[in-house]
Design a protein around this ligand. Structure first.
Ligand code: FEO
Length: 396
């Protein structure tokens, strides 16, 4: 089947991947690539579960040809209209002119906006609780608004116990020929990328993810089939537990994400001194230079650990520009329940702590600590750092 893989006797993975992509959504680095998953159910009726990005379209067509083996395609289910899954849709519908489009009303409206075509005549509109029988397989649709767009559906297959989960339970990273999470060392090789994917792409919509997790708890789920990354058929609790934590903004571990900006190295030096004091107190620390590391990695760390330290020089009487951009990104993700400490540097009027505090005003769930460190150009005295290290060690 070339790159297609059997997920069960009659469900095939027919998606593809892109290792040449620099930035996913033109924002997120994907140094290990990304997969665009699609699944074909072969029953009395044949049904394609979602399409792929344009970069994977040819692979999808090849896999469909081989897996269908001359049969036609009866249904194309579109769970999510974001173009990383729908770009190939019109070409699929043109190749299989008898296929019906099965999707939500909102997604059908998006089809006309993206492609300038009214497919109402060809569509079967489904929503929460709707069913579609393929023969042995009976599909039940579960509304999953804002996971990660408003039109999103998930789909439960009664026969196999597979829940097709759209973007949820996905990860960055190409699959290296595997299709199941248990074929790789997921915890070691992919969990960091799964966290970075979730927190940055869906992280803002924790309440909506919680609501879908509650609905999923009522289903007898044997497999999770996402649109990126691996199919989960074993150890589902591993990823479900992470999703519970991420979507409820619960830290996975006690520890500090220490994000700093530094123009000439003096703020970095003070940040390193704080990290050493924290280590001496048994506190785990992850340090990031906001001018070096893409914010998506730092945001993932902020979700992982229980406290955040932001250290920045005063710049144009405000906050060092890359830290300002990072804080705006962080507050856009709705993270809650974290202690946040501030460190500022300034040669004539240190003002970046006040600026950072103002930038964080909208982030109601972040608790800004009283202890603030001021570095007067360079670190000359560690009394404030020791006080902050003690307070953080007590807080985490
Ligand atoms: Fe993978 Fe929201 O698209």
């Amino acid at each position: 089947m070339y790159t297609a893989r059997k997920v069960t006797e009659d469900i095939c993975f027919v998606g593809g991947e892109d290792r040449r992509l620099n930035l996913f959504e033109n924002v997120y680095p994907v140094p290990q690539g990304v997969s665009y998953n699609a699944y074909l159910i072969l029953d009395e009726k044949t049904c394609l579960m979602d399409c792929v990005d344009k970069s994977a379209a040819e692979v999808l067509f090849e896999n469909l040809d081989r897996c269908l083996g001359g049969r036609g395609l009866d249904y194309v289910v579109v769970q999510h209209m974001e173009p990383d899954h729908s770009a190939a849709l019109m070409r699929v519908l043109a190749r299989y002119p008898e296929a019906k489009l099965v999707t939500s009303k909102k997604a059908l409206d998006m089809v006309s906006r993206f492609f300038g075509k009214d497919l109402t005549e060809r569509a079967v509109i489904v929503g929460e609780g709707s069913t579609l029988s393929l023969g042995r397989h009976s599909l039940r649709f579960v509304a999953a608004p804002m996971v990660h767009w408003p039109e999103v559906l998930m789909t439960y297959d009664e026969a196999s116990g597979a829940l097709f989960t759209a973007d949820a339970f996905g990860t960055f990273g190409a699959l290296d020929g595997a299709v199941f999470a248990d074929e790789v060392d997921f915890d070691r090789d992919y969990m960091d990328e799964a966290r970075r994917y979730y927190t940055n792409i869906v992280g803002k919509y924790g309440a909506q993810v919680q609501s879908v997790l509650k609905k999923a708890a009522g289903l007898d789920i044997k497999m999770l089939c996402p649109l990126h990354g691996f199919v989960w058929r074993k150890d589902l609790d591993l990823i479900l537990d992470k999703y519970q934590k991420w979507s409820s903004y619960t830290a996975e571990e006690a520890g500090v994400t220490l994000a700093y900006g530094s123009v000439y190295g003096n703020t970095e030096n003070a940040a390193r001194a704080l990290a050493s004091l924290l280590r001496e107190r048994g506190v785990k620390v992850r340090m990031f230079d906001v001018s070096v590391t893409h914010p998506s990695y730092i945001i993932a760390s902020c979700f992982r650990y229980s406290a955040i330290v932001l250290a920045a020089p005063t710049y144009n009487n405000g906050v060092f520009v890359n830290m300002e951009a990072f804080i705006n990104d962080l507050t856009a993700h709705g993270l809650k329940g974290r202690k946040v400490a501030l460190m500022q540097n300034g040669t004539w009027v240190p003002n970046s702590a006040a600026g950072m505090r103002k930038l964080l005003e909208g982030a109601k769930g972040l608790d800004i600590m009283e202890e603030t460190v001021t570095v007067p150009s360079a670190l000359r005295d560690d009394a404030e750092l020791i006080k902050l290290a003690d307070a953080l060690a007590a807080a985490v």
